[in-house]
Design a protein around this ligand. Sequence first.
Ligand code: DHB
Length: 394
Amino acid sequence: MHKRTTLRGLAAATLTLGLGLGGQLAAAQDSGTIKIGLILPMTGQQASTGRQIDAAVKLYMAQNGNTVAGRKVEIIVKDDAADPASTRRIAQELVVNDKVVALAGFGITPAAMATAPIATQSKTPMVVMAAATSAITESTPFVVRTSFTLPQAAVSMAEWANKNKIKKVVTLVSDYAPGIDAEKYFADRIILNGGTVAEKLRTPLRSPDFAPVLQKVRDAQPEALYVFLPSGQGAAFMKQFAERGLDKAGIRLIGTGDITDDDQLNDMGDVALGVVTSHHYAAAHKSPANQKFVEAFKKANNGMRPNFMAVGGYDGIRVIMEGLKATKGQGGEALLNAMKGQIFESPRGQVLIDGQTRDIVQDIYIRKVERVGGELQNVEFDVQKAVKDPGKQK
Ligand code: DHB
């Protein structure tokens, strides 16, 4: 039954995607190993995302074992360098040739979006561990997300800014889908609460140059600058923000936690001190589960500090493995259904995979960068509990 369902899905995928079946069906029938395809940016501008998620998945497997229903689980890691055309081609190969039961990873939104049609056509669940545009979970009924959504983070930050009497802001985002989400949900809420947005600035995803936009920020003289940039760009931004003296010009820096990424934060220096951000995870999150996670992650990775990407990966592989346990190794719709509604304690706190939206419901914390025991940390000081993606409450 299980094999037939899988094969039918594969056949459909193969036909639709225009790939030859060859002798691959025969190979699928007796495969003892359960395979999971993990597509990550291991090289290029987004490589820190790949490095963090890969390390987290390896840690989870080392801690929890790699067998389900007596079968070995193999994780096939592939580098897409955050190029969506590569992601799509790799996903296709993983489904058709390797017969993976699930696709996972997806460092940036375009990579997840490019893969969605393959998930639909082949009925292969895909678990988004990094990308965070709200609409991703609506791109295929086969997607589940364990990262976060930009609207989740943005609305909480806008509420905090309003409460803290910040009236005039400028927004600065990376010019692609998650940036547009962050800009819209932050600005709309600020304006709803009586604030003003003097300028909405955007920088390209690839090789951003912050100099021209920072000049515009200086000219606009807002009380605060709200920033979203994808993981890995925060350090370069902070450096230029300080070099242009904006930290001394009385412009408060706020944003999503992507800009004070725990992977880079320690090297950012004093310019990061006092920066307030909203996010779902901080390495400094105070819970026994997180302390254990951070310690084990650092120990296994030469002291590298886990960031929010690592937690998305750690929880994502957990959701897949727990799903596979429930289906005794079966993929397809059975696995998808077994992932919906999972509720568990993540290093970030209690989380739920919403059965309806397949998106993650989680606490969003307001944090301030402080020096703690010689290290820069995102110290959580406020929380909004069980936040559902505001992007789906249209
Ligand atoms: C996305 C990528 C990131 O690195 C990040 O921090 C948030 C969102 C994305 O492309 O969806």
